[in-house]
Ligand binder design. Sequence first.
Ligand code: MV4
Length: 447
Amino acid sequence: MISKVLIANRGEIALRVLRACKELGIATVAVHSTADADAMHVRLADESVCIGPPPSRESYLNIHQIVAACEITGADAVHPGYGFLSENAKFAEILDAHGITFIGPTAEHIRLMGDKITAKQTAQELGIPVVPGSDGEVKPENALEVARKIGFPVLIKATAGGGGRGMKVARTEADLDEAINTARSEAAAAFGNDAVYMEKYLGHPRHIEVQIVGDGMGNAIHLGERDCSLQRRHQKVWEEANSPALNVEQRMKIGQICADAMKKMKYRGAGTIEFLYEDGEFYFIEMNTRLQVEHPITEAITGIDLVHEQIRVASGAGLSVTQEEIEFSGHAIECRINAEDPRTFVPSPGTITHFHAPGGLGVRVDSGAYQGYRIPPYYDSLIGKLIVHGRTRVECMMRLRRVLDEFVIDGIKTTLPLFQDLISNQDIANGDYDIHWLENYLAKSKG
Ligand code: MV4
């Protein structure tokens, strides 16, 4: 049984994990850099340890400091949140070696799914539909043969990549050499690994991801899907559960395929299986072996606390619910609120002079911000997530419109005005968008 959790993260997710621990009667340890000493999760934790100066690599990414903080406080488990060390297999192994429970998957599964080629091969073996493509790494000398078999246009991706980094499209044979060589050199520079693979390029897909939780002993459940197509430069902006594009049969079918796959690999913890969805077909692209930023919309439509499930599974207590007991109810939308200029998206750190979070039925604000809080310039610009739930998508959108008008964050620029535009857009009202829609919309609104 876990008695004290060290939360190896910051900002809104650190607060969110802390809340789950407190509800389970588990003691909490906050770690923070010198820039985050005044953060809300530090204030609310039972104990806190300063682990270094502001730069992430000297604080939140510093494994020695985090393990030392566990030793000092007697924390017997670590929750990594997302980002930072949450998908670092070495970190999971080091914690295991110290007898500290890593609240997440095994190092083996983190590694397996972190390599985009082994992830795709594993997915295929487990019966998950994948994008047609090369069977493993592609070299310049065999690229043309592989591309002709797949059919143009093709997409070249870095094996060690992810999140869109190192991708190149080749639309015809004439484009192929340059695309391969550019992708390999960019991958070498960005990841220290020039290996690339090739896939059929999908031109107008949605980005749909399935939430799963496995108990590590062969049982697993799915909690439906999230539509994350509204992105800018691979940063998600607006996410929805359910996807406006899927019907119940599709939802249950792809969910069960994912849950069955997780049972076969005896996956432990929360995970997200990412798909591109185009013309009625799902194509696996990646799996994330961590809790995701947008998990609250899944919690809103299922009533299940995903961090509770993570902690239960990590402690060996298994899942709190069976697949048959899960009920999907209503619709939820998450808007990511960033401290950025709403037109240029340039970060806007500074001090919040007024902060009024909206409330009411079906409204959740996950944020560590407060009146007088100074947004540090060292980390990503996410200051909070607005999650709204309704019995239908229409009711959810009506509520979201009201809530956006009520939210007050003064003293810094935020992306709230962007959502006030989106909520009045006909395509958004119709749920009619794909992964390119938002960047096309922003380009048009720039004039
Ligand atoms: C693709 C694709 C089209 N065809 N793969 C981008 C990051 C990584 N998650 C995979 N990505 C893509 N893979 C094939 N075969 C288009 C994208 C993509 C994308 C995917 C999801 C959400 C937003 C995106 C934005 C640009 C490109």
